[in-house]
Design a protein around this ligand. Structure first.
Ligand code: LMR
Length: 396
């Protein structure tokens, strides 16, 4: 019967990584997938992760199953990182958090919970967005709609357009928001815009669902939660899918979390039981290693401070690469002004390169970037930047 199956198209991001791996050219550069690389082009294991693993090696006593929602202390630590330790959301227990296999797993659990409980049928997603959002919400049975986000003329946020398109949303619809470092544009709302947006969504009774995968990569771990915390002031209910793939470099451990914020501890208890049912029906209970590492670091003030410094170092290197990219493009004879790249946050830069230019970069120069023109700045190094700029100069 399997001969009836037709081939699926390659994934626009992970499919590109596969192509890159198969490319025999030694000078190839992968700026497709969002993975941090140091200046030697390696994706290192953080020192604090190594330290936590050493502690776990010496103290772990069992590999028994975790509970359906995962490590209890992990949920608390995630909430503190999201909302701040003093937030009433944390202290009143009106939020519940479950471990999830990465940010994607968290999004899927949240989406399936909303869909199966018939709480909401439609989710509004930014245009453009991370391509997998459509698949995740669609697979959970939700209808998807798009709201305006990017203005190609100003290369910035089209905030009026965003509000205009969200004005068509109905009470109870979900609005998917990127907590910081918008993927793929790198453009985030200002504090005043977050305030206005939060009020706008609250007035229309729209349900915020935050995808928060890059905390720490824009300005700082606390600073990057500004938008989320503003929403938390205006909305008693929301969902947050968060991830430690990037800020702990725990990509292959798949460590994320789904947090359900409700109006009271009692409501949280009951509603969360359905999140647990969703998890049980998908993968029963989560793996322990990644979440144990994160908990070991976050609960120890000294390790936590060291980790924040490691995040700062990653963030600073990406800012340096942004600035260098802009100046090197000029050096390589590119007249077009790329200074907008230093206004964007996080790992990605929306370059404005079109599909044909992206294809030429790959075919002629072995430079891999996503079809939308998204460049993973986190993969640029002082070793590959000249070849990259020369290739870009040739295609534009
Ligand atoms: C990305 O956008 O490159 C990352 O979030 C990795 C992925 O799974 O697509």
């Amino acid at each position: 019967m399997f001969e009836k199956v037709t081939a699926a198209p390659a994934d626009p991001i992970l499919g590109l990584t596969e192509e890159f791996r198969n490319d025999k050219r030694s000078h190839k550069i992968n700026l497709g997938v969002g993975i941090y690389k140091n200046d030697a082009g390696e994706t290192p294991i953080l020192n604090t992760v190594k330290k936590a693993e050493q502690i776990l090696l010496e103290t772990e006593k069992t590999k028994n199953y975790l509970s359906i929602e995962g490590l209890a202390e992990y949920g608390q630590l995630v909430q503190q990182l999201l909302f701040g330790a003093q937030s009433d959301i944390v202290t009143s227990q009106r939020a519940k958090t479950a471990q999830a296999p990465g940010g994607t797993g968290a999004l899927r659990i949240g989406a399936e919970f909303l869909s199966r409980q018939q709480l909401s049928r439609k989710v509004w997603i930014s245009n453009p967005t991370w391509v997998n959002h459509f698949q995740v919400f669609g697979a959970a049975g939700m209808e998807t709609a798009e709201y305006t986000y990017y203005d190609p003329l100003t290369r910035g946020l089209n905030f009026d357009g965003m509000l205009n398109s969200l004005a068509a949303a109905q009470e109870g619809d979900v609005v998917l928001l990127h907590g910081c470092c918008h993927n793929p544009t790198g453009i985030d709302p200002s504090q005043a815009q977050w305030e206005q947006l939060a009020q706008f969504c609250a007035e229309r009774k729209l349900l915020p669902f935050f995808d928060f995968a890059y905390q720490g990569f824009a300005r700082g771990v606390d600073e990057d939660a500004t938008g989320l915390r503003i929403f938390a002031k205006h909305h008693r209910e929301m969902l947050v899918a968060s991830s430690f793939s990037k800020n702990f470099g725990l990509y292959n451990e798949r460590v994320g979390a789904i947090t359900l914020v409700t109006d009271s501890a009692d409501v949280a208890q009951v509603a969360f039981s359905q999140i647990k049912t969703t998890i049980r029906a998908n993968y029963s209970n989560p793996p322990a290693h990644g979440a144990s590492i994160v908990s070991t670091v976050l609960k120890d003030p000294q390790l936590k401070a060291e980790w924040e410094d490691e995040v700062r170092q990653m963030r600073d290197r990406i800012w340096e690469m942004r600035k260098l990219l802009v100046s090197k493009l000029k050096e390589h004879g590119v007249c077009q002004d790329f200074s907008f790249m230093t206004e964007q946050n996080g790992m990605f830069s929306f370059s404005g390169l079109d599909k044909a230019q992206v294809a030429r970069l790959k075919e002629e120069f072995a430079v891999y970037i996503v079809g939308s023109g998204r460049i993973s700045v986190a993969g640029i190094t002082t070793q590959n930047i000249d070849a990259l700029c020369e290739a870009i100069a040739q295609v534009i």
